[in-house]
Ligand binder design. Structure first.
Ligand code: PEP
Ligand code: MN
Length: 350
């Protein structure tokens, strides 16, 4: 159920409605929008009698939500969610494209710094890199764990990039929540419901990757799990799905972007690296992702891809990432977006 408040409703009236809902034994989610606040009511098994809420001061209308997802829906918040980060003007979901770049995994301080320096210079606002790697083989590189998170925190200090890194279980999520700016939930965990609920109680925004055979509705329901626990800062991510096609690692389903944007106010970014698995397809698919209206990109970049401990084949060389940014910058205005400029090195003072 959705309680739409009047445009001029006061904070006190919003609070009173939330208290009423909680008094009835349900959960209230007040979601402020550009025009008005709406309050989502969750936790009810059956029908809720609307009369008691309809009569309250400041309430415009009470709507029964028939879709399975409620808090992710545009019904509760017609305007786009823009995620902001303290201490920086970087946003996700606003007019400026969010560019997240970095290696698949954090391998060493030297590697992380070498890549971070280049992606920051090219115009990325966010640095990605796994400290906990969910690998197909137990014998493959599993990530540096907390040491990797410490390196990422140093990258933030040094380059001013916000940090995105994956949590694979409740234990790692606790640490990632402490160190990172965005908690990544990987494709393999998209339906790990206990992990999603834990992420819903975290303080940091969550980047939720689409499962490799997840439908649009399953992705939105996974986001709903996070939001239902009170974390409303969720970023969706299309990273390719399994199909019969074998010229790429996965099939990047760009039609998901407009489909999500019709239904949900949440931002959605595209991962052309896992979406194709091939370095030579990352830039063309990045162009396409921006053209289709994605809110940003998450791209794997490595300074020595042939020596990478994971996903070297799909990692761009830093020079190729520079070129990707040049091309994306040209496409962005066509769809009413901007992309950050490259940082030109300052001539050294004499
Ligand atoms: C990753 O981002 O490195 C990763 C493992 O992605 P996914 O969960 O999409 O496979
Ligand atoms: Mn990877």
């Amino acid at each position: 159920m959705l309680i739409v408040m009047q445009a001029h409703a006061t904070d006190e009236q919003v609070r009173a409605v939330c208290q009423k809902i909680e008094g009835l034994g349900y959960r209230a989610h007040a979601i402020p929008g550009a025009e008005r606040t709406a309050i989502g009511l969750t936790g009810n098994q059956g029908e809720v009698e609307p009369a008691a809420l309809e009569e309250m001061p400041g309430v415009q209308e009470v709507i029964r939500v028939t879709k399975p997802y409620k808090l992710v829906s545009r019904d509760i918040k017609p305007d786009n969610t823009v995620i902001r980060f303290a201490g920086t003007d970087a946003t996700i979901g606003g007019p400026e494209l969010a560019i997240i770049a970095g290696p698949c995994g954090i391998e060493s301080r030297e590697q992380a710094f070498a890549v971070a320096e280049r992606v920051a210079r090219a115009g990325a606002q966010f640095f990605r890199g796994g400290a906990y790697k969910p690998r197909t083989s137990p014998y493959s590189f599993q990530g540096l764990g907390e040491k990797g998170l410490q390196i990422m925190a140093e990258v933030r200090e040094m380059f001013g990039l916000r940090i995105v890194t994956e949590a694979i279980d409740n234990e790692s999520l606790e640490l990632v929540d402490e160190y990172a700016d965005i908690i990544q939930i990987g494709a393999r965990n998209m339906q790990n419901f206990s992990l999603l609920k834990r992420a819903g109680r975290a303080r940091k925004p969550v980047l939720l990757k689409r499962g490799m055979s997840a439908t649009l509705e399953e992705l939105l329901m996974a986001a709903e799990y996070i939001m239902s626990e009170g974390n409303y800062n969720v970023i969706l991510c299309e990273r390719g799905v399994r199909t019969f096609a074998d010229h790429t690692r996965n099939t990047l389903d760009l039609s998901l972007i407009p489909a999500v944007q019709r239904l949900s106010h949440l931002p959605i970014v595209v991962d052309p690296s896992h979406g194709t698995g091939k370095r030579n397809k990352v830039t063309p698919m990045s162009r396409a992702a921006v053209a289709v209206g994605a809110d940003g990109l998450i791209v794997e970049v490595h300074h020595q891809p042939d020596k990478a401990l994971s996903d070297g084949m799909q990692s761009l060389y830093p020079d190729q990432f520079d070129e990707l940014m040049v091309q994306v910058r040209q496409i962005a205005p066509v769809v009413g977006r901007t992309a950050r400029s490259a940082v030109t090195p300052q001539p050294s003072a004499v």
